[in-house]
Structures are given as structure tokens and as C-alpha cells.
Design a protein around this ligand. Structure first.
Ligand code: LLP
Length: 861
């Protein structure tokens, strides 16, 4: 029972959910609603997304005295969110910040971090985040009481558990706990507490292991006898496959506890596997919901979910699985062999997942999540096990599982699906004794593709509709109906676009109105004083003219781009051009100085080797802030594995050269990567550039780079541009002495461009279907190069229902010439126009004449 007669409901919000002010508005609304339904609310939440990683990194680096900016980053993240929530963060978290520093100093001094100290440090993430959350809810709704979970979740010490798991992967019991229920009851009808942490019999801090916030929430629900446990996350529920990989994956409306357990255990990261048992024991329904979309009903896990029909509900994948293959040459059938071999696993605390046996070989798999210490003990483990058999460790494999009820009875129906294994090497097959799971272990590289194929065979084509809800794109489509989505401008210009292709053949079309819309969005970032357009994204003259009219300057990466801008706008103020070369030849720097454009150096080498060139000049310096970010490893441009920027350890040397050559460093620049959706990224860059500026002196401009991400397909999130603006505004208020510049490329042009092509031929290789179009990777290389997944539609048949899953391929002589893989598509015919959306950036500019096929041309409407 909750306060008075009301019943408890436990709401758990994950790291992404609690990391933005926008989400907190939704959280407050959900809490308010539950209270108005008569519930007392126990809100359990995680650390802000990324913070636990950061704290783990601190643990790894502290003994080497090498925590660098990590502590600072942790503090900044909380200050940023606190600012956005408008709560007095410095004051609220002052003690936590000093404790954080104190713990880290201790680790540095001693040169190691004991498990106890690690637990204390890791717990800080949750403690700090919940203080912000409670303060915000208190202001919005009143009556929110912050409670330290360590006084609620007491952990137990199972026999045989080692010290590490007792402290870093602790467990609690799941019985109803009346004193705890009363304690919360006294605190009121809205308590805010931490996931992940608890305390042991000595009252010392322990943690529940990665993902432990779900488990905490389930413990709370069990211990206080909650009516319902709601797990709020950043996805709309559990799906029949990971929608990022399989956009045709369907929402699972209802699951039994057993099914949910199996799905969670086998890689669905939405719900921690250990969170189900406590709820199941007390028959507490679990609802999995989406914080960003509170109106969606999500997935319900309950006893009622136990329908009896045999059905595969999910294709799951677990990556980084480790296989241990044991060859035993005759010993295998000897009594006791397995017992001896498995004893070695026990001694090393390794928990075995799948087992397969043959006459002379036993192969077992280890779940990486449960065996995180494997790499530390690998060599001695292999040596010890080697006493009984020949041991081989196979890594980079993935376990792909068909999960559902009574799988054994439907194996015969899956015959067709097994055709897909013709192309795949299978290491191990296992059918679970509980009849809920059929697993194949395959090479990791092949796993995603295998999942898509199996999903198509087993779920999309199963004909069973009742158990499955909408696909992710369909769920998002609903949202779009609420307002006009500018990214769908091409829907309204359907006929005009079809006419253009008929006349011109394959082409990129750019919509000027949409260019302006996005231009104005960037111009609307108030704290930014100057916006440059990074023309590498799209150098079409009309595109450049549009941005010139809106008052943009230009960022160029080659002298060719600089001259392109000058030819188009002969009267341009040369200081409206910023030239940011990387490993360019000396001649380009000389020419840029001659042309009098702003010049950025991103290496100390030119100053050391060609000092006469730069003497007395005014320059920008590109700094490597030490970390990169972006949609793919190829586009992360910070950190020591990236070739860009001057590392911070060279700044002293640079400062000496600046003096020696009488340079003036007018601006500092950083661009950490492309396709970034974290709205605080630019503010973080500003803070770092400010640090560097203090060392150099005289800096007037901080150019925070481009990298503003867009939503390439329906499964991706938008960048919250308002949050970008708010966070920069705070920086600006603290540092009005700087001009702030940005230089986006993609964000300005991507959505305004579409690639249009016509269907040439159709093909079906069994169930794998191909729709061929008259241009491919020669026009658009992003899918092949980065695995980019752009929305693709049959423009001729926009309103016809999707009836098949197809690969959309071009005419180029490469197997990688695919614009889209496994896309839901309507019946299509030769001559239909196919549209690849959001291709205005890094499309035409990266095209080639490969196979001597001219790429799509540019048309601006
Ligand atoms: N500034 C500098 C110094 C850059 O290197 C870049 C992009 C930008 C600005 C603009 O970044 P944007 O806002 O467009 O993300 N071909 C890749 C992107 C490579 C970006 C290279 N540098 C892609 O298609 O995703």
C-alpha cells in the first residue's frame, strides 16, 4: 500500500530518458498522471546517459594518474542538465562534486581502485542525477522526496559468491519488505530514488552491475508490493527484432514473463534480464514505455500475456559472444571429463550459456555480459583447461536466436527460413530445453544480415498479425500526422519530381524552400554570431547562392573550394571564407594567404617547417579536443586516432611559435565529427576551446565546427536544436568575450535533397528480391561506405501498401552496390520512380564515374 490507501506504482526512467530537459517535461507529466489515477509513485532513475561509461573510464585511468578531463566532463554534464532544468545545480551537487574529486584523488594516490572504491565512484552517477530529478519534480509538482536507495535495497551474500560480484554485481532478495514499504509511505506519495545501487550487511555501498537500474526498480516493486512496474526507455517497447537493424520489425504488444525473460536474456537491451523474476514472483505486470512518446502503449508483460499458440516472436542477436571449443581426443566419453572441464569454468567464475557436443569436441559459449572479466583471466584459464583437452577460443561471433513459444512444434514450418544458412557459417546450434529458444552462433559480420533474412521469413511472412503491433516507422508516422513534417517536402511535389526524372534521367533534386527552412533554423541559434556553410557537403552554385542570401559565410577544405566560392561571389568579403585544410601542400597555404581568406592550421608542422610563410599573419588554429563523435567511425574527427587538429599537449609549443613568429591567433576551431545528435556537444567544445584560448591569449573567435546530425530514416532521432541553442546561450553568458561561429554542412542541405532513379529490372532469388534502378553507388556511396540507411520509397506508388521486402540495387559491378537492404516496398514495375530521401549532403559531391557510368546530375527547384 502506498500513502494512505493508495497503491504503489514503480516508474523507472533510463539514462537517455533523464538526460534532457525535454524528456523531464514528459516525466513530470507521467508522474502527475499516475498520481491523478490514485497511485503513490516510487520513481527510480539511472545516471545520465554516458556518465557510467565516464566513471568506468575514470576507474581505468585513475591509477595511471590520467583521468584528464573526465571528472570535469562528469561535472559539466550535470551542470548542463541542471541549467536546462533551471535547478540550482552547483548548490545541490556541491558535496557530490567534492566527494567525486576526493575519491578520484584517493585512487590516484594509492594507484589502484579497490572494488569498494569502484562501487562508491560508480554510485555517484545515480546519486547526482536523482538529486537533479527530485529538485525538478519538486518544483514542477511539489512533494517529491529524495531517498537514498542504499537505505532501501540491502543486498545479500550468496554462498560461493566472490568479492567482486558481492560489491559490483550484487543482488537483493525479492520478498515483500514491510518496513521498507512503511518507510516510503512516510516519505510521501512521490519518492525519487536511484537505480543500480544498494548497500550490504556492513552498510557499505554496492552496485548491481551494468543495467542494474531495471533490476533495482523490480526489487522496489517486489519489496513494496507495487501494482505495476513501468520501465520507461527511449524505444516504444520490445520488438520482433532490433528496429535499427530491421525497420520492418513489429512491436510486441503482449508477452508472458517467460517469453520476456527469454527475449531479455538473449540480447534485447531494452530490459535487463534480472528485472523480470522479481515481478513474476509477485505477478506484478511490467509495462515497457517510451519517454519521448508517452502516448504509445508499449509492451505489456504479464501472466495474461501467456497465449498458447506456437509462434516465433523475436529474432534476437547477442554480439561479442565467446566460444570455447574443447577437443578431447577420446577422453570425451570417459566418466568425469565434463565435470573436470566445467570445474575449471567454475573456478574462474565463468558462466556457460550454450553447449554443443560431438564425439571428440565440446563447444560452449560464454555470454559477454555475464563474463566481463574473461579477457583478464583468459590466458591462465586456457592454460588450466588445457590440462584436460585442446582448447580454442573463438571470438567475434554472434548468437542469433529465434525466440517464442513451443518452437519445437513449429520447426517444420521454419524449413524455408533455414535456406538462409546456405550463405552463412554456423559454429553452433542449440535448442533450449525450455522450448522457447533456437540459437545459431555465426560470424559477427553476418549476424545483422542473417537477422534481417530470418525476420523476413519467419515474422514478416508468417501471416500472424494478432501478436504483432506496428513497425517503428509506422509508430513514428503517427506522430508526423500531428504536424507537417518538413522532411517530407517531396510528398507534396510527387508529380513534379516524377516529371523531372522522365525528362532528365537519374538526378539529385534540391528544394530551395527546404534549404531556406534549415538555413533559418541555424540562423535561429541565437548565441551563434556567425554561421558558415561547409560547402564540402554540397557545392552546387544555387545551393551556395541560397545560403549567401541568408547571410552565411563559407567553410572550405581545399583551395579548389575557396576558388569556387570566390568565382561565384567575386565581391565576397574574403573574411567570410574560412579555409580549413588538412595535410594540404604548402602551395595551398600560400595561395590562401595571398587571397586573404581566414586560414586555419591544424598541425604544428607548417609553423615549424615553413615559418617564413606565416610570419606576422593572423590565423585560426584547429584544436583536437581529445574526443570524437559521429554517426560512423570514419567521420569522427577528434581523438588521437583521427588525423585532424592540434593535440592539446602541443599547445605550449604552439604558443612559443606564436611568439617567435609574431602571429596573432584570431580564432580557435574544433570539429569533432559528423552526424552528432547530442545537443550539448558544441557547448562542450566551446568549454575546451576556452581552456586553450586562456593558454594562448588574444583569441576572439571560437569556431565550434559542424557535425549537426539529421534524421536519415524513421528510426532515428532528431537533433534538439533548441537545446543546442540553450546550452550555447549559457556559455555565451559566462564568456561574452568570444564570438561564436559554427559551420554545419549536412544539417543545412541533407533534408532538402533527394536522389531520384527509375526502376530498370526486377529479380527474385527465391525469397530475396531485388529492385534494380538506373543509378547506384556511383551516385550515392553512403550506404556502401558507412552502412547509412536512408528512407527509400517508390514515388510512383507512394500510397500503395507495402507487400514485400526488397533490396534496392544499382547497375554498378560491385555486390556492395545497394542503396537499401531489406526495405518494405509496394509491388513495383519497370519505369517506376524510386526516391532516396535526405541525400542533399555528401551525395552528389561524393559521386564518381565508376564503371564509366555518369552519376546523377543536380537539379534545383
Ligand atoms: N567543418 C569541418 C572542419 C569538417 O571537416 C566538416 C565535415 C564540417 C565542418 C561539416 O560537417 P557536417 O555538418 O556536414 O557534419 N562524408 C561524410 C561526412 C564527412 C564530413 C567531413 N567533414 C558523410 O557522408 O557522412
Amino acid at each position: 500500500m502506498g500513502s494512505g490507501d493508495s497503491k504503489w506504482i514503480v516508474l523507472k526512467f533510463g539514462g537517455t530518458s533523464v538526460a534532457s530537459a525535454e524528456n523531464w517535461k514528459n516525466i513530470a507529466r507521467v508522474v502527475e498522471q499516475r498520481k491523478s489515477e490514485g497511485f503513490s509513485v516510487c520513481l527510480v532513475h539511472s545516471a545520465l546517459s554516458g556518465i557510467s561509461d565516464c566513471l568506468e573510464e575514470i576507474i581505468a585511468h585513475a591509477p595511471k594518474n590520467n583521468t584528464g578531463d573526465l571528472v570535469q566532463r562528469v561535472k559539466e554534464r550535470h551542470l548542463e542538465l541542471g541549467e536546462a532544468l533551471d535547478v540550482p545545480t552547483e548548490e545541490l551537487l556541491a558535496d557530490d562534486f567534492s566527494e567525486l574529486e576526493h575519491i578520484v584523488k584517493g585512487m590516484e594516490l594509492i594507484g589502484e581502485a579497490s572494488y569498494r572504491v569502484q562501487a562508491r565512484l560508480l554510485a555517484m552517477g545515480e546519486l547526482m542525477a536523482t538529486k537533479l530529478g527530485a529538485a525538478y519534480l519538486n518544483r514542477e509538482l511539489g512533494g517529491a522526496e529524495w531517498i537514498d536507495a542504499r537505505s532501501c535495497i540491502k543486498t545479500i551474500a550468496p554462498k560461493d559468491a566472490n568479492e567482486r560480484s558481492l560489491i559490483l554485481s550484487a543482488i537483493s532478495n525479492t520478498d515483500f519488505d514491510e518496513p521498507l514499504e512503511q518507510k516510503l509511505h512516510k516519505a510521501g506519495d512521490l519518492v525519487v530514488t536511484q537505480g543500480f545501487i544498494g548497500s550490504d550487511a556492513e552498510d557499505k555501498t554496492v552496485v548491481l552491475g551494468r543495467g542494474g537500474s531495471d533490476v533495482s526498480a523490480a526489487y522496489f516493486a517486489a519489496k513494496i508490493g507495487a501494482e505495476r512496474l513501468e520501465i520507461w526507455t527511449d524505444v516504444p517497447g520490445l520488438f520482433s527484432a532490433n528496429p535499427q537493424n530491421v525497420p520492418s520489425a513489429r512491436l510486441l504488444n503482449h508477452l508472458s514473463y517467460e517469453e520476456a525473460q527469454e527475449i531479455a536474456t538473449n540480447g534485447a537491451e531494452v530490459l535487463h534480464p534480472r528485472s523480470i523474476m522479481p515481478a513474476r514472483k509477485h505477478k506484478i505486470p511490467i509495462h515497457v514505455r517510451c519517454t519521448q512518446r508517452p502516448e504509445l502503449s508499449g509492451t505489456v508483460i504479464s501472466e495474461e500475456g501467456a497465449d498458447d499458440e506456437a509462434l516465433v516472436k523475436t529474432i534476437a542477436v547477442r554480439n561479442n559472444v565467446i566460444l570455447i571449443s574443447m577437443d578431447s581426443l577420446g577422453m570425451w566419453q570417459q566418466v568425469g571429463f565434463l565435470a573436470e572441464a566445467f570445474e575449471v569454468f567454475r573456478q574462474y567464475g565463468l558462466s556457460i550459456d550454450l553447449v554443443s557436443t560431438s564425439e571428440s569436441n565440446v563447444t560452449v559459449s560464454l555470454d559477454p555480459g555475464l563474463n566481463t572479466h574473461f579477457h583478464d583471466i583468459r590466458s591462465s584459464f586456457v592454460e588450466d583447461l588445457g590440462a584436460y583437452c585442446r582448447v580454442k577460443v573463438i571470438e567475434s561471433v554472434s548468437a542469433v536466436s529465434l525466440l517464442g513459444r513451443r518452437i519445437r512444434t513449429i520447426l517444420h514450418q521454419l524449413g524455408g527460413a533455414f535456406e538462409v544458412f546456405e550463405e552463412h557459417k554456423v559454429y553452433l546450434v542449440s535448442q533450449a530445453a525450455n522450448d522457447l529458444n533456437f540459437t545459431f552462433v555465426v560470424e559477427s559480420e553476418q549476424a545483422d544480415r542473417l537477422v534481417r533474412q530470418l525476420h523476413d521469413h519467419v515474422i514478416t511472412q508468417s501471416g500472424n498479425q494478432a501478436s504483432f503491433g506496428l513497425t517503428w516507422p509506422e509508430l513514428m508516422e503517427d506522430k508526423k500526422k500531428e504536424g507537417r513534417d518538413v522532411s517530407l517536402w517531396w510528398r507534396e511535389k510527387q508529380q513534379q519530381l516524377i516529371d523531372i526524372v522522365e525528362e532528365s534521367g537519374p538526378c539529385y533534386v534540391y528544394d530551395t524552400d527546404t534549404l531556406r527552412t534549415y538555413g533559418n533554423l541555424v540562423k535561429g541559434i541565437e548565441p551563434v554570431d556567425r554561421s558558415l556553410y561547409a560547402i564540402k557537403a554540397n557545392a552546387n552554385p544555387d545551393v551556395l547562392k541560397t545560403f549567401r542570401e541568408l547571410g552565411f559565410g563559407f567553410e572550405c577544405v581545399s583551395i579548389g573550394e575557396v576558388n569556387h566560392v570566390i568565382e561565384l561571389f567575386p565581391d565576397i568579403d574574403r573574411k567570410d571564407i574560412l579555409f580549413t585544410p588538412n595535410f594540404a601542400p604548402r602551395t595551398e597555404y600560400a595561395e590562401a594567404l595571398e587571397l586573404d581568406v581566414n586560414l586555419t592550421l591544424d598541425n604544428i608542422y607548417p609553423l615549424q617547417q615553413w615559418p617564413e610563410l606565416f610570419k606576422g599573419q593572423e590565423l585560426f588554429l584547429r584544436i583536437d579536443p581529445g574526443h570524437g563523435h559521429g554517426h560512423h567511425k570514419h567521420v569522427k574527427t577528434g581523438g588521437k586516432h583521427s588525423k585532424f587538429g592540434i593535440p592539446r599537449f602541443e599547445i605550449k609549443e604552439v604558443a612559443e611559435l606564436v611568439d617567435e613568429l609574431d602571429l596573432s591567433i584570431k580564432g580557435l576551431h574544433a570539429h569533432i565529427g559528423s552526424g552528432i545528435k547530442d545537443p550539448f556537444s558544441w557547448k562542450r567544445t566551446a568549454v575546451i576551446l576556452h581552456e586553450v584560448a586562456k593558454e594562448l591569449g588574444g583569441v576572439e573567435i571560437l569556431d565550434l565546427g559542424g557535425g549537426f546530425g539529421i534524421r536519415e530514416n524513421e528510426t532515428q532521432a532528431h537533433l534538439d536544436i533548441q537545446e543546442v541553442s540553450n546550452s550555447l546561450q549559457k556559455f555565451k553568458e559566462a564568456h561574452p568575450e568570444y564570438e561564436l561561429w559554427v559551420e554545419p554542412g549536412r544539417f543545412l542541405v541533407a533534408v532538402a535533397g533527394v536522389l531520384l532513379a527509375s526502376v530498370t529490372q526486377l529479380k527474385g532469388k527465391g525469397k530475396v528480391k531485388y529492385v534494380g534502378v538506373d543509378t547506384g553507388m556511383n551516385s550515392f556511396i553512403r550506404p556502401a561506405l558507412y552502412g547509412a540507411r536512408h528512407t527509400i520509397v517508390n514515388l510512383t506508388r507512394l500510397n500503395e501498401p507495402n507487400s514485400q521486402s526488397v533490396n534496392i540495387v544499382g547497375p554498378i559491378c560491385e555486390s556492395g552496390d545497394k542503396l537499401g537492404i531489406d526495405r518494405l516496398f509496394p509491388h513495383s514495375e519497370e519505369g517506376d520512380v524510386v526516391l532516396v530521401a535526405n541525400t542533399g549532403a555528401y551525395g552528389q559531391v561524393m559521386s564518381s564515374n565508376y564503371n564509366l557510368r555518369a552519376p546523377a546530375k543536380d537539379i534545383v527547384i
